[in-house]
Design a protein around this ligand. Sequence first.
Ligand code: BGP
Length: 466
Amino acid sequence: MFYKELKDFPDNFLWGASTSAYQVEGAYNEDGKGLSVQDVHEAPEGITDFKVASDHYHRYKEDVALMAELGLKAYRFSIAWSRIIPDGDGEVNEKGIEFYNNLINELVKYHIEPVVTIYHFDLPLELHKKGGWANRNTIDAFVKYAKILFENYGDRVKYWLTINEQNVMINHPNAMNPGKVPSKKELYQGCHNMFVASARVTLLCHEMVEGGKIGPAPNITAIYPEKCNPADVIAADNWEAIRCWLYLDIAVHGRYNNLVWAYLNEKGYTPEIYDGDMEVIAKAKPDYLGINYYATATVAAAKNDGTDCQPRNGDQQIMIGEEGVYRAAKNDYLEITDFGWMVDSIGMRVTLRRIYDRYHLPLLITENGLGAKDELVDGKIHDQYRIDYLQRHFHQTKLALTDGVEIIGYCPWSFIDLVSTHQGYGKRYGFVYVDRDEDDLKEMKRYKKDSFYWYQQVIKENAKSI
Ligand code: BGP
């Protein structure tokens, strides 16, 4: 639909930026922190440095001052579970509590709204050793951990996110499971346990945090059929349900998506559901939905001849296909980044419309951005490509707003350069450049990229000219 005039972004729109603990903090074993699965993960590409990362743990004051200069209204970050409870379910580490207290106070000082992800890919290693999410005890451990967060930070943190990209953890499990990758059956049991854990924590947040809002943060994307051939449409529906709607249907409607349940049955992956699980899930209602969006995916009809699945790297945006369900297909209408990710700004509008149409809850864009090989030349980083990317996605978001979708904020990935899950510092997303490379930490000096100044202007004028 074309419009004569577009709606403005609301006055209180949360222009923000995102990071996650293990990708930005470093200090992986300092001040009592326990190990997480990420600390021992060996990426196939050989990038393992989550140990120092961007050293945000020691430089958070300088970083928050940069956020304030950028004009951020919100900062979405995650708390490292193993910093708060080193072994996942035992003693509390006061130094860990103190670090996030300081960080939150610093944000509050500059009137930046903290948006906290409770768990972003970094399960405490000790819990992983005991079976991770497939073990029901992890549910209790997560609830205990969240309770500590609400107790300590609930007076200042009003926006909470339960779990980052649960769907990526199930569909691309390599990076979250050092050692042996669980079977699909085990993964879907873990997935169910995460649903129960999120529901209990959602209820707890409403009980404990005055004015607290909480929601999930899956990676959602519209799935296109390769052609208008109805068999391709069935495949697109299959994959959209398995990849996306399962996670939001549970969170919002409190039930398993019928198509996904049929798929789980067919494949022999149905999880064991304990008495009371579905009641808790149905009772817990999110206040808003966090949405990570990078690009759409395109699929074709499955052939069911043993060739539907073509495993490639474990990257979260790369579709691999599944026998009898869907095949990955190419989309010749879209550009592709240097890292093989599609770029689809219109797809963002499509995705936002589809989500809102299904759930009618306010949406917070919790991730979206461009990973690139930025270059520091004479103290400057000319990342016009990132500006173009964000400009187009902001514009499509404005169109979605005009379509009537309720959007409360936008937190691009990422505030500052951090470790990419698969390509280390060879793939950067930040508005702020961190001067280090894979092997040489240098001084880790911060530089403002061209996109920093551009975003600063966008926030100042509330994206009037977008
Ligand atoms: C999302 C994750 C983030 C981040 C981002 C970019 O899926 O939630 O943690 O890593 O993708 O991905 P990458 O670092 O692989 O480029």
